[in-house]
Design a binder for this molecule. Structure first.
Ligand SMILES: Cc1ncc(COP(=O)(O)O)c(C=O)c1O
Length: 375
């Protein structure tokens, strides 16, 4: 048997990671400005992370959600404080798509309505509800196409109000910053309008912070720049620094009923150990401050580079929209300068480095970018 061939692969085989670097099987070092798709938060093989997971595995790797697991309580408490949502509760699952499925389900159960409003260029995952709310018919199957999801243009409050007025919607789902769509900002004023519209029409507001959350924007969640409080917040990626763990932060307005949600693996001992280690490092190494400082430094330097049509994003979630198609530049960065970056469409390079980069790594990236562009 072979792996099902769904991923176009680079001919690079990383065998080791350390901090912001990867090493391939030939010992070649790569600077990671992609974070394995915005996943690496505290850095590859962070010693505390490795120690916490290893110790937990030596004690107990998994048991079902039918027994007491104090690690879940520790994680919920710590995440509540770190994120500024101590009054919310936490449902743990295993991936971003799963977090969104559960959030949609909660909103639908709570309002007894079926429809979800999503936005143009949104990406919410590949499982049935999440992919239905994703604005990309190429990754959906006929089974996923449903009249229960409608779309509005991003940041168009009038279009949103027209839909919500119908009284048919249980939820609006929006990314804190659109990632796969090309680092597109909804705008703080729009998020504030959206919050007000959802409250006015009794619709639950779901903030998908799977890519833009966990410190990536310089605040714990990107929507916190707008000073709003959603009803449901979904998270994954940076939460486990590579260990598969996702979660839904749930406002106190929702009442938990036994069996309304569930997961075999969600919140298992190893996942909790990984997520706790991440939050401990966030605190000890003041990761949010680092993201804000490094994000500012990168933006300041990038603004000086000719050939970039538009710079978007916040913190260490940066979109460089190039004047020319960027695939050659991105290949040069990877194969000549040994730097991983992300992409969105034909023109946008996405920078999603580990949240622990320092001036050294920012400098390495800037020198390589300038050299690659002057090629
Ligand atoms: C904003 C957003 N939501 C959801 C997902 C899906 O997450 P996962 O691949 O863990 O299911 C992603 C993944 O890229 C994402 O960027």
């Amino acid at each position: 048997m072979l792996p099902f061939d769904v991923y176009p692969l680079w001919d690079i085989e990383p065998v080791r990671g350390e901090g912001c670097y990867l090493y391939d099987k030939n010992g070649v070092r790569y600077l990671d400005f992609y974070g394995g798709h915005a996943v690496i938060s505290v850095g590859h093989t962070h010693p505390r992370y490795v120690q916490r997971i290893t110790e937990q595995l030596g004690r107990l790797g998994f048991y079902s959600n039918a027994v007491q697991n104090p690690l879940q309580k520790q994680l919920a408490e710590r995440l509540g404080v770190a994120s500024g949502y101590p009054h919310f509760s936490l449902f743990l699952c295993n991936s971003g798509a799963e977090a969104n499925e559960n959030a949609i389900k909660l909103a639908s159960l709570d309002t007894n309505k079926k429809k979800v409003l999503a936005f143009g260029k949104a990406f919410h995952g590949r499982t049935s509800g999440a992919v239905a709310a994703t604005d990309n018919p190429r990754i959906a199957a006929p089974f996923n196409v449903t009249p229960n999801v409608e779309f509005a243009p991003l940041s168009d409050a009038e279009a949103v109000e027209k839909k919500l007025k119908t009284g048919e919607f249980c939820a609006v789902i929006i990314e804190g910053i659109q990632g796969v769509g090309g680092i597109l900002m909804p705008g703080d004023a729009f998020l504030q309008r959206l919050r007000a519209l959802c409250s006015r029409y009794g619709v639950r507001l779901i903030l998908d912070e799977i890519q833009s959350g966990y410190g990536r924007s310089g605040k714990f969640f990107a929507h916190q720049w707008a000073g709003i409080e959603p009803d449901l917040i979904t998270t994954a990626k940076g939460m486990g620094n590579g260990f598969p763990v996702g979660g839904v932060l749930i406002s106190p307005a929702f009442k938990a009923v036994h069996s309304m949600l569930g997961s075999t693996f969600g919140g298992n001992h190893l996942a909790c150990a990984a997520a706790l280690a991440v939050l401990e490092v966030f605190e000890e190494e003041r990761i949010l401050d680092n993201v804000a400082a490094m994000g500012e430094l990168l933006m300041r330097e990038l603004r000086q580079v000719p050939g970039i049509k538009e710079l978007r994003g916040r913190g260490l979630m940066v979109g460089m929209e190039m004047e020319k198609p960027m695939s050659e530049l991105r290949s040069r960065l990877l194969f000549e300068h040994k730097i991983f970056t992300g992409a969105a469409g034909a023109h946008v390079i996405r920078l999603l480095p580990p949240l622990c980069i320092g001036e050294q790594q920012a400098g390495e990236f800037m020198s390589a970018l300038k050299a690659a562009m002057n090629h």
